[in-house]
Ligand binder design. Structure first.
Ligand SMILES: [Zn+2]
Length: 395
C-alpha cells in the first residue's frame, strides 16, 4: 500500500513561513532603516522579489514608506530606494499596572514613548476601576495626538500573568486573582489587547528596541515591588505552561531577614521590594514618605543611610542575578532596578556581586520610561512577530 509521505518536520507550513518572512522583513526595516530592499534581501536571505512584495504590502498598510533616495542612487531602480518605518500614522497603547500607580502611554512603531501619564491608585486597587481608568487615560492621550491611529494595546503586569488567556492569574500585592484583563480592557476600548508579565514584556522591549538587540539569549531581572525574571533565547521568551516561568519571588536570599507573606523569612521579593527599601529608609530617618524616588533623592543629597540601603539592595540583586546566570547562562543580562538605573555605585555593586567573567550586566535601556515601554512592548512584539495579522486594516 502506498503511504502518504508526512511533510518533513523541519519545514514550517506555508502560513508559518509567510508569517516568519513578513516578521523578518519588518524587523530588518526596524533595525536597519532607512535600508534598500536589495540590502534587506541580502541581510535576510529572502529573494529580492519576495522582499519587494512584503515591502509593497507594508507600504499599503502604512507601516513603512519610501525614504528619500540618496542622489547618487537616482535612476538605479526601485530596489535601491531605501524604505523606513512610517512612524507618523500608528501608535500602540501601553498600560503597566504597578502597586502604587498605573502607567498609560502611547508608543510609536520604533518603541519610542510619545506620551505617558501616571494614574495614582487611590485606596484599594479594584481591577475593574483600575482598568476603566486606564482605558480613559489612553483615550485622553490619543486625543492629544490627533491623526494617530492605535493598532492595539499592550498591558504589562507583575506577578503571574497568563499571556494566552490575557489573564492576571495572581498578583498578591495588588490582591488580583483571575482578572480577565484582555476582555475587560478590550470591552472598554474596542481595540485588540495583549497581556503579559512585565519582566517578559521588557525582554521583548530590549530585544526589539534596546541594547539586547542581536543578542542570542537575554535574561531580564525586574526588581520593583514585584521581583521577577524572564529569559529569551533567540526571539522566543520562555513562558512555560500557563506562563508561570520566571516567578522568583520566593527564591531564598542567604542572610535575608524579612518575613514574607508565604510564611518564610528572607524570600527575594520580601528582601528587595521597594516597600522594604522605603520602610528601612524611613526607620533610619532618611525619608518620610513611601516613594522609592525619595530614597534616591536622599542619597543624591548625600544621606549615607540612603546610599548604603541602595547599594546593599543592588548587591543583593546582583547575587540573585548570579544565581540565575548559573542556571541559564545568558549572553546578556538586563536589570530594571531603580538604584542601578540612576547610580554608578549601585551598578558597580551589582556587577561586583554578579562576579567577574560573566555576561555583561546592563541597566534597562529605557530609563525613566521603562514601565511605559513594558506595556507598549507587549503590543509591539505581537506586531513585529506577525505584521500581516496584526495589520491596521483589521482595526
Ligand atoms: Zn516567600
Amino acid at each position: 500500500m502506498p503511504r502518504t509521505a508526512a511533510p518533513p518536520l523541519t519545514t514550517p507550513p506555508p502560513t508559518d513561513r509567510r508569517r516568519t518572512s513578513a516578521s523578518v522583513v519588518l524587523r530588518s526595516v526596524l533595525e536597519h532603516g532607512p535600508v534598500a530592499r536589495s540590502t534587506i534581501a541580502r541581510l535576510t536571505g529572502l529573494s529580492p522579489a519576495s522582499v519587494t512584495d512584503y515591502c509593497a504590502r507594508f507600504t499599503e498598510l502604512g507601516l513603512i514608506r519610501e525614504a528619500e533616495a540618496p542622489r547618487r542612487l537616482k535612476g538605479v531602480g526601485r530596489p535601491h530606494v531605501p524604505v523606513d518605518l512610517d512612524d507618523s500614522r500608528f501608535v500602540v497603547g501601553g498600560v503597566h499596572v504597578a502597586v502604587p500607580y498605573t502607567t498609560v502611554a502611547l508608543l510609536d512603531l520604533r518603541g519610542r514613548v510619545v506620551l505617558r501619564r501616571e494614574l495614582k491608585h487611590s485606596g484599594a486597587v479594584d481591577p475593574l476601576a483600575v482598568l476603566a481608568r486606564a482605558a480613559a487615560g489612553l483615550a485622553a492621550l490619543l486625543a492629544e495626538v490627533p491623526g494617530s491611529r492605535p493598532l492595539g494595546i499592550g498591558v504589562a503586569v507583575g506577578g503571574w500573568v497568563d499571556r494566552d488567556s490575557g489573564t492576571v492569574v495572581e498578583h498578591p500585592l495588588l490582591g488580583w486573582r483571575e482578572v480577565p484583563v484582555r476582555e475587560l480592557l478590550g470591552a472598554h476600548t474596542g481595540l485588540p489587547v495583549h497581556v503579559d508579565g512585565h519582566a517578559r514584556a521588557l525582554v521583548n522591549g530590549e530585544r526589539l528596541f534596546g541594547r539586547a538587540r542581536g543578542s542570542r539569549s537575554v535574561l531580564h531581572l525586574f526588581v520593583g515591588n514585584v521581583v521577577d525574571a524572564a529569559f529569551a533565547t533567540g526571539d522566543e521568551v520562555h513562558h512555560g505552561p500557563r506562563s508561570q516561568a520566571g516567578t522568583i519571588a520566593h527564591l531564598p536570599v542567604p542572610g535575608g531577614t524579612e518575613p514574607c507573606g508565604c510564611g518564610r523569612t528572607g524570600c527575594l521579593q520580601a528582601e528587595l521590594s521597594e516597600r522594604t527599601l522605603v520602610r528601612r529608609a524611613r526607620a533610619a530617618g532618611a525619608v518620610e514618605g513611601s516613594n522609592p524616588m525619595d530614597v534616591l533623592a536622599a542619597a543624591r543629597a548625600g544621606d549615607p543611610v540612603a546610599v548604603r540601603l541602595l547599594v546593599e539592595r543592588a548587591r543583593m540583586t546582583g547575587r540573585a542575578a548570579g544565581l540565575l546566570l548559573d542556571v541559564l547562562n545568558p549572553e546578556s543580562v538586563v536589570v530594571t532596578e531603580v538604584g542601578v538605573l540612576h547610580r554608578e555605585d549601585c551598578l558597580a555593586a551589582l556587577r561586583e556581586a554578579v562576579g567577574p567573567e560573566r555576561a555583561p550586566v546592563l541597566p534597562t535601556s529605557f530609563g525613566a520610561s521603562v514601565l511605559a515601554v513594558a506595556g507598549g512592548s507587549v503590543a509591539l512584539d505581537v506586531l513585529y512577530r506577525d505584521p500581516l495579522s496584526a495589520s491596521p486594516e483589521l482595526i
